[in-house]
Write a protein that binds this ligand. Structure first.
Ligand SMILES: O=P(O)(O)OC[C@H]1O[C@](O)(COP(=O)(O)O)[C@@H](O)[C@@H]1O
Ligand SMILES: [Mg+2]
Ligand SMILES: [Mg+2]
Length: 367
């Protein structure tokens, strides 16, 4: 079926140029960096789309350099490939002072043969990759920070602490979603805009201008298999959602869990909802599942810029000062009123029945 191309749509390049006109002092390096990232995402989208045909499914083999990342997680072939694409597409242009990724233990130094620039990029090259073999939507997440002034002045190698900037310091954040269509969702600080990849033109076209998250929702997302490890405020919140019309909330809720955060973030951006991967007691060494610098902060910035909220459960995510490169953290985001409510539950003292599971809703001692 021939596609009718709407000529009035902006391309990502046009959009960035128009944005830059509003800030005449901007150097243009930043736009070039975003376009490099977009090109990396197009490359990853192709690899994901070819899947088994390109021999890129399954775990990364030990002969090709190892199978476990710094998080102790088995790397998929596509994790490694996507990481490589991100690095190669962004390292050369003179816009970056350094980068860090989920798939690299330490910060990556821009090779000496390339000039160094003013920005740092942190990325999750493939989010939701445990789903890749079952053909569920996955994506890439990125966060752009300004490099510390002494890094810019001296051109020195970057170290972990250069990246320890709160999420509110991000210059830009975004993700690409490799779903039925490939999309890029971007914020440069003035709202959130969504671009769909036109496969014929090879261009991201502005299809979702000024994305906005409804303040209320009746849809929540959480991995309920962890419920025995949740803290009481989270149990209270989920129990109230499950109780539906008959409970404290007085309305029914729907539940979703894709296990691909980038896809959940996109659903929430499109129609509202709340996502929780809270801090829990499952593993004392992991205060949460998701990573602050390249998952929670960029998705958090997008949520806040779209009128939603992002929180640790206790405080705004974007106010957290990072203490390590691969730091994990509890993450709650989405429709504003739900995130506010979850934060309030964390502040409120527990009632006796919430402290004692024997008296909780659906317990032995409750009629
Ligand atoms: O398997 P679980 O515990 O439900 O965790 C799912 C979460 O893990 C993640 O896949 C982690 O991201 P990576 O795939 O980049 O490691 C999130 O996208 C998702 O929300
Ligand atoms: Mg991830
Ligand atoms: Mg990943």
């Amino acid at each position: 079926m021939p596609l009718t191309l709407r000529s009035n749509r902006s391309t990502l390049t046009q959009f960035l140029i128009e944005e830059r006109r509003r800030f005449p002092s901007a150097s243009g390096d930043f736009n070039a960096l975003i376009l490099d990232v977009a090109l990396a995402c197009k490359g990853i989208a192709k690899a994901v789309a070819y899947g088994e045909l390109a021999g890129v499914m399954g775990n990364h083999s030990a002969e090709e350099g190892g199978t476990v990342n710094v998080q102790g997680e088995t790397q998929k072939t596509l994790d490694v490939l996507s990481n490589d694409v991100f690095m190669r597409r962004t390292e050369w242009s003179g816009n970056l002072a350094g980068m860090a990724s989920e798939e690299m233990d330490d910060p990556y130094q821009i090779p000496k043969l390339f000039p160094r620039g003013n920005y740092l990029i942190v990325f999750d090259p493939l989010d939701g990759s445990s789903n890749i073999d079952v053909n569920v939507s996955v994506g890439s997440i990125f966060s752009i920070l300004r490099a510390p002034q002494d890094v810019i002045d001296s051109g020195r190698d970057v170290v972990d602490t250069d990246f320890f900037q709160s999420g509110s310091q991000q210059v830009a954040a975004g993700y690409a979603l490799y779903g039925p269509t490939t999309m890029m969702v971007l914020t440069v600080g003035g709202g959130v805009n969504g671009f769909t990849l036109d496969p014929n033109l090879g261009e991201f076209m502005l299809t979702h201008p000024k994305m906005h998250i409804p303040e209320d929702t009746h849809e929540f997302a959480i991995n309920a298999s962890n419920s025995r490890f949740w803290e009481a405020p989270v149990t209270r919140y989920v129990d109230e959602c499950l109780a539906g019309k008959t409970g404290a909330r007085g309305k029914d809720f729907n539940m979703r869990w894709i296990a691909s955060m980038v896809a959940e973030a996109h659903r929430i951006l499109m129609r509202g909802g709340v996502f929780l991967y809270p801090r829990d007691t499952k593993d004392a060494s992991k205060p949460g599942r998701l990573r602050l610098l390249y998952e929670a902060n960029p998705v958090g910035m997008i949520m806040e810029q779209a009128g939603g909220r992002a929180s640790t459960g206790e405080m705004p995510m974007l106010d957290v000062l990072p203490t390590s490169l691969h730091q994990r953290i509890g993450f709650v985001f989405g429709s504003k009123n739900e995130v506010d409510r979850i934060e309030r539950y964390h502040r409120e003292p527990l009632k006796a029945e919430e402290k004692n599971p024997l008296f909780a809703e659906r317990s032995l001692f409750r009629d």
